[in-house]
Design a protein around this ligand. Sequence first.
Ligand code: GDD
Ligand code: MG
Length: 361
Amino acid sequence: MRSPDLEAILLVGGQGTRLRPLTLRTPKPLLPTAGVPFLAHQLAKARAHGVRRVVFATSYRASMFTEVFGDGSDLGLEIVYMTEETPLGTGGAIRNAAAALTCPPESPVLVLNGDILSGHDIAAQVGLHVSRGAAVTLHLTEVADASRFGCVPTGADGRVTAFLEKMANPVTNRINAGCYVFQRSVIDTIPAGQVVSVERETFPSLIEAGELVLGFADSSYWLDVGTPAAFVQGSADLVLGRLDSPALPGPAGEFLLMDGAVVSPEAKVTGGTVVGRRATVEAGASVRGSVLADDCVVASGATVVDSVVGTGARVAAGAVLRQVVVGDEAQIGPGNELMSGVRVWPGVRLPECSVRFSSDV
Ligand code: GDD
Ligand code: MG
């Protein structure tokens, strides 16, 4: 199903602090994910569902988005950029970006958080919005722990009854999945030129005012890639084909090799790993479910699981990484074992580690 030509606003102004050090140089939406900048997956999907024109709402490192996506013609889209000098929050960003929309007030406009992988049917969401004449229609999904998200209870008719952003004791597991259809005229009611949170201000006040805010609930693949663990998971899921993406630069499978990548026949590379351009995996190394960036090296006998190895970084012989982020150009000396959540900053050199714990022998 495809809607007639739709306009979209893409929210990409966040700093991505939870993904440091990966986001020190690159905004979260541009991090290489399954071989292409993260947003390429979202944009290709949006296009497949009828979006033809996208307004990027940028702030942090705005010029990098233009360098990567230009005018959008490579993707069959028209992309324009609206930049906030200081971040205006999600609602302020939507209002600011709306100045670049071309559609009339009665048109639906798609609004996307720029850090979401989703398998849901955008065109069906737009269809529901239009057929029910809603002010806003929110994509909703269910997660085990709703406390990190916008909690969204609904009535039997799909009407949203409250919007409770990041509450300590969520009243439901149903959450805001970060993809909205707005009536253009509703966006125009958000105050201009000031910081506004769509989650904490706009949605609660629309509900309070009795406007029809609808939920489009589904249970397709969904992931917010805002943490290192989720980012690695998203990349691996795309490579494995758990979520179809028109932007995947190769067939889905256990691994994806980018141009110039060299993997020894005696290495084991599995679980949706991406091996970046000119990256090397030496004999006896084992890499599972990981993102190896361009020009990095995983030396012989090293083990890398559910981790990110940054551009030009080196993991020496026998080192073990599990759920670790290694920054660009960092060097992990032989024998180091790094676990759950460790982040190595760019350029750091960890010397050889010869200490062995008794449980290892
Ligand atoms: N332009 C602009 N300006 N964009 C912004 C700003 C801003 O001031 N602040 C945040 N964004 C963008 C981020 O880049 C991201 O794409 C999106 O808005 C959401 O921000 P996050 O920082 O990722 O929010 P979150 O993940 O904690 O929560 C949001 O997403 C959840 C779903 O993943 C909320 O919308 C929750 O309600 C929702 O459940
Ligand atoms: Mg997020």
